[in-house]
Design a protein around this ligand. Structure first.
Ligand code: 2AM
Length: 173
């Protein structure tokens, strides 16, 4: 079994990470635990625990992606009561992002994974365990240029330390 729960994600560069971290700090939800800044990301596809023998197929699915870079406009804050998260994300989803997610899901189907049935909603989780919060537009929206994607794993559970780390990165070109 590969270590931790695996997921494909967009990982921000340093500048975008700083914007996201600042935005997270500015929010004052009821309850809520801030994510470590190094953990901020947008999940593309969640895999969960992956058996070792499936890993070559997972890498192959990523390798097969013939995507192109795209830009997200991070302009919205939202609160989902059921997972109890406060998130930020784009109000408009670029077609290239949807194609990337579909391409990964298709490749992963051949590895035996079941595609997610829910509509894909790109978001960055800023706070967890939120009791209540106000959503709305971000007063200073910013751009996130996505030129690659990663396979990441959620391994660590040490307070104050990043929880996720990157296993591999693929360029979008
Ligand atoms: P979240 O940020 O909305 O919590 C690693 O845990 C990443 O995978 C997180 O971005 C998390 O989304 C996402 N994730 C965790 N469990 C998931 C699930 N069962 N289905 C879809 N995404 C999941």
């Amino acid at each position: 079994m590969a270590e931790g729960r695996l997921f494909f994600a967009l990982w921000p560069d340093t500048e975008v990470r700083q914007r996201l971290a600042r935005l997270a700090r500015e929010q004052k939800p009821q309850g809520g635990r801030l994510h470590h800044p190094e953990d901020l990301h947008i999940t593309l596809v969640f895999l969960g625990q992956v058996a070792d023998e499936r890993m070559p197929c997972v890498y192959e699915a990523a390798q097969q992606i013939a995507g192109s870079p795209f830009t997200l406009q991070i302009d919205t804050i939202g609160h989902w009561p059921r997972p109890r998260i406060l998130w930020c994300g784009p109000s408009t989803i670029p077609d290239l992002l949807l194609e990337l997610v579909k391409g990964l899901q298709l490749g992963l189907t051949t590895c035996g994974f079941t595609p997610e049935k829910r509509r894909y909603k790109p978001h960055v989780t800023l706070h967890r365990k939120v009791r209540d919060a106000q959503g709305g537009s971000i007063s200073e929206p910013f751009e996130w240029r996505a030129a690659d994607f990663v396979l990441a794993t959620s391994g660590g559970n040490t307070p104050g330390k990043p929880r996720y780390h990157i296993l591999h990165r693929w360029p979008l070109n």
